[in-house]
Design a protein around this ligand. Sequence first.
Ligand code: PGA
Length: 259
Amino acid sequence: MAKQTGKKIIIGNWKMNPASPKAAEKLFAEVAKSASGIKKTEIVICPPFIYLERLKKLSKKINLGAQNVFGREVGPFTGEVSADMIYNIGARYVILGHSERRTLGESDSDVNKKIKAALSAGLLPILCVGEETRDEDHQYFNVVKEQIRACLYGVPKNLISKIIVAYEPVWAISTTLGRKDATSTDCREMAVFIRKVLSDIASLDIAKDVHIIYGGSVNERDAEEFLKDGGAEGLLVGRASLDAKKFSEIVKICEALNS
Ligand code: PGA
């Protein structure tokens, strides 16, 4: 959606935060307030499921996304939430395949089912891919390629352009023990590679329409570097999205680059 309008996209992944609806509303309202003049950047907040409906009422400008959905439409699946439910309360995006969910046992095949369910409900999937470590033989490119191929298996080609691919090297995510900073060069190389993989799966034209974004400890100090030199068409922000000031700063940096 954002790609068609030429907008870059900044997505906040709140993960399992904050602890109360009141705190969620406060954080969201602060982000919404400072977004009032933003025109060329798509802003998406992905809070826990339970806050989506109340946050939807607070702002028309900020898009909402979920952090997961179940891969089946309806039925006896205790504790699960379907893509239709998410769509019907007004959210339009969903993060899928996040490394923290993969650690809990989610496989590429699970992610594949979820992508198909999300697309058929009208949600735009934010597909997270990324290697756990980097090796000297550059096998990490294959890791990412296999994730993309398996997660997109059987997805109709005409729907692939609706997917946002978030490159999130696990070794750069803020909660990874002994984490390291990724550079804009790491990001740029992988963005080019991901585009090629998508082009081989679908076509060059379709691949060009896919938003490729970066995530992994992005903050207000390095956001510009990833957007400008890293070839990222947006950012998936975790920890810094829990600080309205920092997140809004990142949005403003993106907006200034788009202008
Ligand atoms: P981080 O999280 O910015 O805290 O590293 C990003 C993510 O896990 O999506």
